[in-house]
Design a protein around this ligand. Sequence first.
Ligand SMILES: [Cu+2]
Length: 68
Amino acid sequence: MAKVEIAVGGMSCGMCQSAVQEALSGVDGVAEAAVDLEGGRATVIFDEGRANLDALRAAVEDAGFGVE
Ligand SMILES: [Cu+2]
């Protein structure tokens, strides 16, 4: 398992937070995703054999948010 912290841009409320969390949780191989709205970051624990940073980044971007 790998743990990564991603700086997420564009989150302004709890709905954004949930959307990012759901997007990250939906990536195959993600075991845990915790989104810090105030800090603008997400901490993700994932299986390196099934997910990677590019997949996490794509999921956040597909949900309409930016990865910094
Ligand atoms: Cu929002």
